[in-house]
Design a binder for this molecule. Structure first.
Ligand SMILES: [Zn+2]
Length: 146
């Protein structure tokens, strides 16, 4: 459902020619989740771009200005991917060039923390029980197969 909510266009989801036909209930869940994932991306995934420079920053003026450029670039991509918005190649190509080493370390830590926060929210975003309840149901299902 995460992949559908993030990467399939609404036009494709609504098309009768699309290879996967979702029930109206599942379609509603995915479209609602898409909005919530977009909010989570803005609030959590991009949070490291709003943080002040590290207390050990070696170039405070640049580390204060450059994240705004990255945020502008990111918004122009029009991509929903709160769990993997900045994959390793993008860190190397884009973000490593825009932060001093201290700020880069803090930015990466904050980005990884934000991914965990989004992960923790996923069941609620998709209208599902908590991760603990889902894991217990999975374990019970697996135990029943023996
Ligand atoms: Zn810095």
């Amino acid at each position: 459902m995460y992949m559908i909510a993030c990467f399939i266009t609404v036009d494709d989801l609504m098309s009768e020619a699309f290879e996967v036909q979702l029930s109206s209930s599942l379609l509603r869940t995915c479209l609602s989740a898409r909005t919530l994932l977009l909010f989570a991306q803005g609030k959590d995934t991009f949070r490291f771009l709003r943080e002040p420079p590290s207390s050990e920053c070696s170039s405070p003026e640049q580390c204060r200005i450059r994240p705004a450029r990255i945020l502008s670039f990111s918004l122009a991509r029009k991509r929903i991917s709160p769990l993997a918005y900045f994959p390793p190649p993008l860190w190397t190509e884009l973000l490593n060039q825009h932060f001093c080493p201290s700020c880069l370390t803090e930015a990466r830590r904050e980005y990884e923390d934000s991914r965990r926060r989004v992960w923790d929210q996923l069941p609620e975003i998709f209208g599902l029980p908590s991760w603990d309840e889902l894991k217990a149901a999975r374990d019970a299902d697996l135990a029943g197969r023996d």
